[in-house]
Design a protein around this ligand. Sequence first.
Ligand SMILES: Nc1ncnc2c1ncn2[C@@H]1O[C@H](COP(=O)(O)OP(=O)(O)OP(=O)(O)O)[C@@H](O)[C@H]1O
Length: 783
Amino acid sequence: MQNGPECPINHINGQAATRQTELAKEQEYVTALYDRLDALRERTQRQLKEVLASGAVGTMQNRSERDTFAEMYATRLARLWAVERGLVFGRLDHQEEGRLYIGKLGLTDDDQRRLLIDWRAPVAQPFYRATPAAPMGVTRRRHLQTKGRAVIGVDDDLLDLAALSDDDRATLNGEAALLAALDERRTGRMRDIVATIQAEQDRVIRGDLNGVLVVQGGPGTGKTVVALHRAAYLLYTHRQRLERRGVLILGPNLTFLRYIEQVLPSLGETDVLLSTVGELYPGVTATARERPEVAALKGDPRMVEVIARAVRDRQKVPRKPIEITIGRITLTVDRSMLDAARNKAARSRRPHNQARAVFVRSLLNALARQQARKIGKGLIDEDELADLREELRTEPAVKSALNRLWPYLTPQRLLLGLYGSPERLGHAAAHLTPDERALLRREGPRAGEWTESDVPLLDEAAELLGDIDEQVLRATAMQAEEELAAARRAEEHEREAELAYAREVLELTGLSDVMEAERLAERQRGDGPYLTTAERAAADRTWAYGHVIVDEAQELSPMAWRALMRRCPTRSMTIVGDIAQTGSAAGARSWAEVLDPYVAGRWRQERLTVNYRTPVELMAVAAGVLAAIDPALEAPMSVRESGAEPWAAPLAALPELVKAEVGEGGKVAVVAPDALLDRLGSRVAEVVPGAVVVTPGAGRAGGAEALDAPVAVMGVADAKGLEFDSVVVAEPELIAAQSPRGLSDLYVALTRATQRLGVVHERPLPAPLRGLPSRPGAPSVGL
Ligand SMILES: Nc1ncnc2c1ncn2[C@@H]1O[C@H](COP(=O)(O)OP(=O)(O)OP(=O)(O)O)[C@@H](O)[C@H]1O
């Protein structure tokens, strides 16, 4: 830093005066930027109003142009509003470019002179990458701290002292903006880090769009926040391509999505789809829970064969011939006819529901010929054959037989039929052990009770089954209603079979996902409100995204990867995670194991090595657990100390300790074994008003409540990816024992705090935690 005048008092006064002058100058500039922002908002609002006022008149083309403009102005307006907080956060004094202000979006004046540079623009890159060793033409990097629209601090990094003018030297201000940002109290929502992105993170954020980039990093290294900034960067740099195809961000659970959902809008990007695996299949909400061993089996790659066989089993040829009576004639469907029809359908290589048309046509032709013979017509020509075939097609008895031989199937129906029938499971899962088959078996399956690990199986089934033509569905539904009515009037002995068939068809056509798709299709035709790319993508199972970002990627099962890869045929992906944190039994043991089946030799890896969340004192404890998982694993390096030593205390003291932690300020979490959640949650809630227990599998709303509460009590699965000022881990031994990857779960739990960490227990502590000192003031264990 520049030396001031000789007298120390003068020096201090001089520094303070410099600071005040600098603040005032920066304030002037920042005020002008906000004025410009306000003016642009007004202008865009006016443009939008004018376009909307022009009404839905004119030709289709006129209307579609109007809609395009309206959408463009609405998006622009949303962006202009999104950047209010932290509009500008940096300044670069550049030898060639001059003085550049860096902010959340680019602004120019009416003469196209640049006033503010978007942080993602190439000229802004030195703001994140320049170092004294490689200054990239930058003499000074200045961080501006703002509160609302007021400048409250400036903070300089000097990169090239020799290049500074005397005037510049007189205006330098110091101190790291990063540490200030890291020390801030947590709000329950993740914030953007545009002002303090570090060089190793910037390399990930600005990495090439194409190909698969894996970002491996320990807890708190910024993987999530970097992945989100990468999404914003890619949208800015490849806007045309990505806006059309969309970006998907996949997170581990709904609470986590709630935690991160503000980051992209605060960077002006709203059109990104945030999802979990459980939400990937349109029309299905996976809310049911299941045992880890069931989830692990459903995620196993052997399920590919189970689903394939389950579909083939529904195309089974019955052993005995089928007789169909039409008036006075009885037709026989025999084995050879069925084999021929089935082979033709198989050769068509179409999915089940589309191959059905081939099967049906072949069978109807054979039946028509038989009918002709039976009514003494002998040889018939093509036209006569077609007439007879179409007559047969509408015969209820024929239709009923066809539906039994080759039913239309939705993925939901296929899976429910499989889980609900030991016989079907016996065929389709013959290559699994009897115990494994028993895990898949579900009594009285009901639609709507799906688990997260069912979703990739539904997706797998959807690939093999193909869509059911909507017209077919509607026509069949109407017909089925008529038949249901007719069957009610029919003779008792016929009644059962007819009723069963009609019910089956009705059930099939009543499925909500299909109807939902229909409604969405209508909206897309322009009858309803606009759909953004993200909304369109969410409703379409076969949507191919322009880029896919997977967070906590180590948790995904092989079956989930298959479903995900289908959504990204271009394989433009960012995969972030930490192998050491893998908790799910079906999760990854190495990135190569996950990726080689899809992009062998074509994926690249970056590592993040600095932990910005967990202070040194806490990481020392977590590092012991990491070594117990695998001595070869390396803990990330923490950048700061909190001065608060982690402690241990008896479980019985939990409510009082939590109360004390709340008193210290900030957000507090109790991370507990799943089996203790309810009990501990209610004990804490008795003492701390407003404490919230996150029930595993809670929807987005449940998660939000927990993030906003002063205290959240949750299991490790829900704490994944989150952070709190203070964390109390309950019964670590039970957490470690509750699943095969329990130690990784414990590692996750111990690394959630930004300031303070405690452990409460009745059982003996796992070895790496045995040295923890008792919490001062708490009764010692065993009392
Ligand atoms: N450059 C930075 N400037 C300011 N804060 C940062 C920076 N990098 C990371 N952080 C903060 O560090 C914390 C941890 O980041 P993040 O949650 O992205 O880490 P992670 O690697 O995904 O962790 P985990 O694997 O444990 O979930 C967040 O509060 C994030 O805002």
